[in-house]
Design a protein around this ligand. Structure first.
Ligand code: WTA
Length: 653
């Protein structure tokens, strides 16, 4: 890690925006950073949204509890749809392409009608203001319709990524006590069908709160799935049947600014995922503001954020932000390498995408596949590139700029979290000179600082990234767990938000993100708690104890390595056929959590090295897993070797 940091800080290349980009940018004057009255500044953004009743107080702050735009009433779906009808009714809101190549488009007027109808459907199923609705879907237009329909009637959605297992879905539904589950027959991934309805059934059968399951028929696959999708009478209903007779007239529910818009589960430092709560007015204000300034959204743009709606990036930057800004949003269902590794470039060319926002793990995969693939496509429609999810290494940044951006597109490396709701640290592309690997500066109105353990500011140098003033789209809590909320984020320094990230600031005041400082690992841009994976492993009947660490990975950035102590009753078997045994454990984690948590390596050991105070020596485990301590090994040939290494390490550290 320290070598990487040194390398980063020797990065002195700097790229100013072109004169043309600067001239036309939505934000192009350094003075936007002079926010002297933070509340007035955020209020001026909120005024650009439609409010049914205006707020009387911009901010009420009783740390760590914030209320923004108090007394105001609005509706998120009305801001994403209704208010555009007069000027953008016939403009494309959504251009969608499925993995098999099927294309569907929705104008703002069409999307408005679809959402209104589905809002009426939800009402007819008994969903009312404040209820929770779970969404477990492939990335199809109906998923976005479902989210906006919930917002329209004041119900909170809880989207669960379609790659999660049925157990993970069950836990999230039970925690949120969702009343309705919306799913689909299946979705496509690399030419395969993911049988979502089947997985959803396994979860819903254990969830007494679920009264109805609404099923979207993924048309292209309907025939292949006829045999496998079974509908439970009284509980399950087809989306298309419910929609047939639904009215397209649905007055939005004017909700309080602080009404919960959604909960989204994310990994924390314990085994139990936490439901991050976001509310309406402040969240929408900041998602909108960042879209306007960071992505520089213009009327004619075709904007593509590659995130799935199962993650926060899909919430803020596929749905709420860009639609509130009246953009044309492109959405692609499937994998980047299907049917070939140039799929993304052919999509950009075909749909004339002008703004492209993706993750470093994808960029590293593209690099590996070779620049000849993008070079064979016309990418001249692009004018701005974005990156999110993990630190982007300067090499990937340079490749992205050259081969995708044609050296003409600014890159916005955006740092933020599920908890922050919107982008917090980022260049403004018409103002800030970018440096490869740096997320540069705090968004105007955001108070980001580097603090040391004692809470003192580090002006130049490294420490913890903290946010020292409330911001509109901040999380309002963890669903039904205020204690954990206070402990996790606000206990390190009173009244100051602890991000869990390490960062450095250089002489120009630029931020360089260095990764998590807690027990969360970032695998291909997705957050996984080490405890979650450890609990899944220990749940296997052959495992006595497990310890999980993150190890470097060429494409994923970080991958999961798990050290496992096998129960003596199974030890012989594990020794006889380690490959089979390791696969069994990996499959178990996949079944418990989902493929994103599947360990890259399983190392069987007879001992987990612990310090005298009982803490697992993760640095030693990482060195072993990455081959530094033992030479290049994937399995510990002699499991007792850890014990002997431990002594050596204890002396060193
Ligand atoms: C990491 C995703 C460096 C960080 C929006 C953070 C980043 C976690 C960046 C949140 C970035 C996200 N540079 N690191 N540009 N963006 N991260 O909640 O560790 O899935 O704490 O939100 O991702 O992940 P989450």
């Amino acid at each position: 890690m320290s070598n990487e940091i040194d390398a980063l800080l020797q990065e002195h290349r700097s790229f100013p925006p072109s004169e043309e980009f600067r001239r036309n940018a939505n934000a192009n004057d350094e003075s936007v950073y002079d926010v002297t009255d933070r509340e007035a500044y955020w209020a001026s953004w909120a005024e650009q949204l439609d409010w049914q009743t205006k707020w009387h107080t911009v901010l009420e702050w009783n740390a760590p509890y914030a209320k923004w735009f108090v007394g105001g009433k609005l509706n998120a779906s009305a801001n994403c749809l209704d208010r555009h009808l007069a000027t953008r009714g016939d403009k494309q809101a959504l251009i969608w392409e499925g993995e098999p190549g099927d294309v569907r488009t929705f104008t703002y007027r069409e999307l408005y009608a679809e959402v209104s109808k589905f809002a009426n459907v939800l009402k007819s199923l008994g969903v009312v203001l404040g209820d929770r609705v779970a969404i477990y879907m492939p990335l199809v237009p109906e998923a976005i319709v479902a989210m906006l329909a919930c917002a329209r009637i004041g119900a909170a959605h809880s989207v669960v990524f379609g790659g999660f297992s049925s157990e993970a879905l069950r836990d999230r539904i039970q925690d949120a006590e969702a009343k309705v589950l919306i799913t689909a027959t299946a979705g496509y991934r690399r030419g395969n069908l993911v049988p979502l309805k089947k997985l959803a059934d396994a979860a819903a059968d254990d969830c007494p709160s679920i009264k109805h399951v609404v099923v979207v028929m993924r048309r292209a696959v309907a025939e292949e799935l006829d045999d496998t999708v079974s509908m439970k009478p009284d509980r399950d209903c087809w989306y298309h049947e419910l929609m047939r007779n639904a009215s397209a007239d649905c007055e939005p529910e004017w909700v309080d600014s602080e009404q919960m818009l959604y909960t989204l589960y994310t990994s924390g430092t314990t085994g139990k995922p936490k439901g991050i709560v976001h509310t309406t007015g402040g969240y929408l204000t900041e998602a909108y503001a960042t879209c306007k300034w960071v992505f520089d959204l213009k009327e004619e743009d075709v904007y593509w954020c590659t995130a799935d709606i199962g993650w926060v990036t899909g919430h803020s930057y596929v749905v709420y932000g860009p639609l509130a800004a009246g953009a044309t949003v492109f959405v692609y269902e499937g994998a980047p390498d299907w049917p070939k590794q140039d799929r993304f470039w052919s999509l950009i060319e075909k749909h004339k995408v002008s703004i492209f926002y993706t993750a470093p793990t994808a960029i590293r995969a593209f690099m590996k596949w070779g620049h000849q693939l993008p070079a064979a496509h016309d990418l001249s429609s692009l004018r701005l590139l974005g990156s999110v999810g993990e630190p982007i290494n300067p090499e990937a940044w340079m490749w992205y700029q050259k081969w995708i951006g044609g050296e003409r597109c600014p890159i916005v490396d955006t740092w933020w979290q599920t908890e922050t709701g919107s982008i917090m640290i980022t260049p403004l592309p018409g103002i800030v000179d970018t440096k490869p690997g740096s997320a540069t500066r705090a968004f105007p109105g955001i108070d980001a600082k580097i603090l040391d353990e004692g809470g003192n500011e580090v002006k130049v140098g490294g420490g913890y990234l903290a946010i020292t003033s409330p911001w509109p789209s901040m999380l309002r809590g963890i669903w039904r767990d205020p204690e954990r909320f206070e402990q996790q984020y606000w206990a390190k320094w009173p009244g100051i938000y602890f991000t869990g990230d390490g960062a450095k600031r250089d002489e120009d005041g630029y931020f360089w993100l260095l990764g998590r400082v807690d027990d969360i690992i970032n695998v291909a841009g997705h957050r996984i708690g080490t405890m979650e994976v450890e609990s899944a492993l220990v749940d296997h009947q052959a495992v006595a104890e497990a310890a999980v660490v993150g190890i470097n990975h060429e494409i994923k950035g970080t991958a999961i390595a798990a050290f496992v102590i096998v129960k003596s009753s199974r030890a012989e078997e594990a020794k006889r056929d380690p490959a089979k045994f390791e696969k069994e454990l990996k499959d178990h984690v996949t079944a418990k959590i989902g493929a994103i948590a599947r360990p890259e390596k399983i190392l069987i050991t007879s001992d987990l090295p612990k310090t005298r105070s009982g803490k697992i020596m993760r640095r030693l485990l990482r060195d072993i897993a990455e081959g530094r301590a033992l030479g290049d090994v994937t399995t510990l040939a002699d499991p007792t070797v850890v014990a002997s290494l431990k002594d050596k390490y204890e002396e060193e550290s």
